[in-house]
Design a protein around this ligand. Structure first.
Ligand SMILES: [Zn+2]
Ligand SMILES: [Zn+2]
Length: 306
């Protein structure tokens, strides 16, 4: 099960009751954060989720509303006596930007590992998460992220019995381990069926609509996507500043055939966002407004009973 919390929904600047856009997920004891603007750690505290188990921090880009909360967050993690390394992922320049911010948080009890993205699409594995970073189109280098929790095939009991595999090996094979016992080698492929649908979440903000978003969000369980502007007269502004409107985001959600979509990264000038949603839902029926602290537990598909 993947726990998902949209910590904040603001673009550009935090407002009272609207923290800057940031996403936190928890899976199997390991937390992951995407973006960390000013106040992100307060939003985390309000949610009641701890910063200490954050093993991975992904950055979409280095505009202040997506990274200026980092030094404070790192200090909090240090104060919690975290000693395990933290992996940071972001566009080229990551280490330089983080080191500049760290002049005010120089001493930390844990190591930081950097993964700098340079290709249009990159695949990474971190703590059970399969991460796809894909380049989008903002006014500086910017990436969207797809997080997937893969799911192995179902354990074939009959097959295991037929092959004479001792029962005490089954659970380890199911977890993907290869075992050697009395000179026999047992692999997961011998006893597992075809891989089943996993959990898929795509997060994408600060960009014009580009095909990479639709491709990488294809059939996602949830798409969290920027809706900077809702007012029709702001369409030109969205183009000029390389952002998206509610309607453009809904078109992507529809084309990508996602199961659910939350809008986020709202312009500080946006009020009464719900008033625009009827039209948005005509493009994509399951469109929802993101809200600070909005949470969902994404689970593996229920097994169909045969
Ligand atoms: Zn932004
Ligand atoms: Zn930006």
């Amino acid at each position: 099960m993947l726990d998902v919390c949209l910590l904040g929904t603001a673009g550009m600047m935090p407002l009272p009751y609207r923290w800057l856009t940031s996403l936190m997920t928890r899976y199997n004891g390991s937390s992951l954060l995407i973006d960390c603007g000013e106040g992100t750690q307060i939003a985390m505290k309000q949610k009641g989720w701890s910063a200490k188990p954050i093993d991975t921090i992904c950055f979409t880009h280095y505009h202040a509303d997506h990274i200026s909360g980092l030094p404070g967050l790192l200090l909090t993690m240090g104060n919690a006596e975290r000693t395990e390394p933290v992996t940071m992922i972001g566009p080229k320049g990551l280490e330089r930007v983080v080191n500049a911010l760290r002049t005010i948080a120089p001493e930390l009890p844990f190591e930081i590992r950097y993964v700098e993205l340079s290709q249009p699409v990159e695949h990474l594995q971190e703590q059970g998460y399969c991460i796809t970073a894909f380049k989008v189109n903002h006014n500086i280098a910017c990436y969207g992220y797809t997080l997937e929790i893969p799911r192995a095939g179902q354990f074939q009991v009959e097959q295991a019995q037929k092959l004479g595999i001792p029962q005490n090996c089954w659970s380890r094979l199911q977890k993907g381990e290869t075992l050697e016992l009395n000179g026999n080698i047992y692999t997961p492929e011998m006893v597992l069926g075809a891989p089943r649908k996993g959990i898929k979440l795509t997060y994408c903000t600060d960009t014009r609509p580009v095909p990479a978003i639709t491709e990488n969000a294809k059939n996602a369980d949830l798409l969290i996507i920027e809706g900077m502007y809702a007012e029709k007269e702001k369409a030109a502004k969205a183009k000029q500043y390389k952002h998206m409107t509610f309607y453009e985001a809904a078109r992507i959600a529809s084309d990508a055939n996602v199961a659910d979509m939350w809008l986020t990264h709202f312009s500080p000038s946006l009020v009464h966002a719900e008033g625009y949603m009827e039209e948005v839902r005509r493009i994509y029926a399951n469109a929802k407004l993101g809200k600070d602290g909005k949470t969902v537990e994404l689970d593996f598909e229920q097994e169909k009973s045969s």
